[in-house]
Design a binder for this molecule. Structure first.
Ligand code: HEC
Ligand code: HEC
Ligand code: HEC
Ligand code: HEC
Ligand code: HEC
Length: 222
């Protein structure tokens, strides 16, 4: 029988198959690593902002409630970013000449809103709604982290599908009384984990929260 492949062609074929396999392996490793790395999820990254606004200073230092600035968080899908006049309710009296606040003064004078660069954002094909989470007592800190310790805002959680599903499968441990949602350090939460656990389970029951329904695709992809 005539030999179709020479011995060296066979070796080359094996070598290139091996190289292809290694390449595919590396691509899978890279893509997987990228998706869960901070480059992919943006966890911990700071965005450039027109004004270096400090949550640490305004929330922990001055004790201003989240809802003073994020006015629609209880009533609509979006939390809302503060309009210039909200900053000016204080900064027309405090730090009136500060260079750092010049963009805020210009925004008011020229009637052009400040453009804040978004830190936490989902793709358009995902539906999210703040008001339902707030109404059921899911605290801001569960999704946005210790905002009161952030001199500059960073993303605390990956905001990937798996992360949403982890809580939707078992929301009870994350629930607290709805009037406590904006508290960053809820002392009962830390001091009495066992009492808290019961509390969540009761809320799940009394609101009729059904984890089986909460993980269905059309809840978040409508
Ligand atoms: C309830 C009052 C109040 C509101 C509302 C407020 N600030 Fe302030 N802000 C202050 C006070 C008080 C200081 C600090 C002065 C100090 O202690 O040195 C401050 C300080 C600052 C500083 C200086 C840097 C820092 O954090 O120390 C910036 C910048 C600033 N605010 C931006 C803003 C912006 C932007 C808004 C609107 C989104 C805003 N503030 C809303 C009261 C307020
Ligand atoms: C004095 C006004 C003020 C208060 C009070 C305040 N914020 Fe903010 N918040 C802002 C401003 C201004 C921005 C946009 C600039 C930035 O990202 O730092 C912002 C941005 C954010 C963002 C990022 C949103 C995005 O996608 O870009 C989150 C999350 C947030 N705030 C949560 C909170 C929480 C939680 C609280 C209460 C614990 C709170 N904020 C209290 C003014 C405020
Ligand atoms: C269950 C998780 C979750 C909770 C609880 C939550 N957020 Fe958010 N927040 C998100 C997600 C996800 C986004 C991005 C939404 C998007 O891009 O469509 C977001 C976006 C924001 C933004 C950006 C602007 C906007 O209009 O949405 C602000 C500000 C904010 N959240 C503040 C708050 C505050 C204040 C609370 C507590 C009262 C809170 N969030 C509770 C998950 C949460
Ligand atoms: C820490 C817990 C927690 C996290 C994280 C969370 N959720 Fe929820 N989510 C809840 C709870 C509790 C409810 C209320 C369920 C109810 O009342 O039946 C809810 C309800 C919802 C609803 C409304 C369901 C309906 O019946 O209309 C949507 C939409 C939703 N979540 C989307 C998301 C998305 C998207 C994410 C991730 C970006 C997310 N959630 C992350 C706890 C969470
Ligand atoms: C609780 C909310 C939630 C539910 C329920 C949900 N998803 Fe998602 N899904 C998300 C979020 C958030 C993203 C965006 C992930 C990102 O940006 O990394 C996403 C992204 C996706 C993507 C884009 C690719 C990817 O994985 O990032 C697909 C496809 C998808 N979802 C399919 C589904 C299917 C099929 C179901 C039902 C079995 C489902 N989702 C249920 C929240 C949800």
């Amino acid at each position: 029988m005539a030999q179709i492949f020479t011995a060296s062609a066979d070796t080359r074929l094996r070598a290139s198959l091996l190289a292809a396999a290694i390449l595919i392996f590396l691509i899978v490793l890279f893509v997987g690593g990228y998706a869960s790395s901070s480059y992919g999820t943006l966890v911990g990254w700071v965005q450039d902002q027109p004004v270096p606004f400090s949550h640490e200073h305004h929330v922990a230092g001055l004790g201003i409630d989240c809802r003073y600035c994020h006015t629609s968080v209880e009533t609509s899908a979006r939390a809302g970013l503060p309009a210039t006049h909200i900053c000016m309710s204080c900064h027309s009296q405090i730090w009136t000449g500060a260079a750092m606040l010049a963009p805020v003064r210009h925004s008011l004078a020229d009637n052009v809103p400040l453009i804040w660069n978004r830190v936490s954002r989902l793709p358009d094909y995902v539906y999210f709604n703040h008001s339902i989470h707030v109404a059921r007592g899911v605290p801001c800190v569960a999704c946005h982290g210790r905002v009161d310790r952030m001199p500059l805002m960073t993303r605390a959680e990956p905001f990937q599908m798996q992360w949403c599903l982890d809580c939707h499968r078992n929301p009870a441990p994350n629930l607290r009384p709805p009037d406590q949602v904006t508290r960053m350090d809820w002392s009962d939460w830390d001091a009495h984990p066992e009492r808290h656990k019961d509390f969540g389970a009761q809320v799940v029951k009394s609101y009729g929260i059904e984890p089986r329904k909460l993980i269905q695709c059309n809840i978040c992809h409508r």
